[in-house]
Design a protein around this ligand. Sequence first.
Ligand SMILES: Cc1cc2nc3c(=O)[nH]c(=O)nc-3n(C[C@H](O)[C@H](O)[C@H](O)COP(=O)(O)O)c2cc1C
Length: 199
Amino acid sequence: MSKSTPVTAIAPPDRTRKEWPKHSAPATIDPARFRDVLGHYPTGIVVITAMHEQAPVGMAVGSFTSVSLTPALVGFFATRESTTWPKVREAGTFCVNVLGEEHQDICRLFATRGADKFAGLGWEPGDSGAPILDDAAAWIDCRLDRAEELGDHYLALGRVVDLGAKRASGPLIFYRGDYGGYRRRSAVNGPPAAGAAGR
Ligand SMILES: Cc1cc2nc3c(=O)[nH]c(=O)nc-3n(C[C@H](O)[C@H](O)[C@H](O)COP(=O)(O)O)c2cc1C
């Protein structure tokens, strides 16, 4: 833009308009289409664990996110249909276990209702009492701060009480209904090690 180009003020939105423009009109969204389109957004996978009546419980979750640094808060969305979520809620504490790319089988196990989810898996209790899985690439131990019903899910917000990273394996990534790993493209942290490019 040259210096002499006049700057035109952007017209304020017309707040008297009664109808939404056609392209943003609220509509009934077909659930299959919603799933398909939203599936284009990749997620990592965590296992949310808790102790309920002296037994470990857990569920695979892709909707985990960090929320706030000060205070340290994290969150995830739990479906109303989950039989694990009410137990996590009742426990009042939970641990977020970040899965590595080789842990597809653990993800499937923790996504299966009624499965013996902890059979053959090593774990130890964190400060909150919730299980930290031996296989977790990283873990975040939390106290449940609040749970809020949003549509057909609950937003679970956790206050972080302790956390750690156990090893530098690549993360498990869920994308368009399938599992994959992380492939580094930039050199922000220095050049990739020989043979590591395109992993
Ligand atoms: C890749 C993947 C991501 C998932 N993400 C979520 C999630 O964010 N929230 C949720 O409530 N369930 C999620 N699930 C489903 C739960 O793992 C599963 O419904 C549940 O743990 C099994 O039911 P149960 O809790 O009744 O045992 C996910 C499943 C998979 C395979």
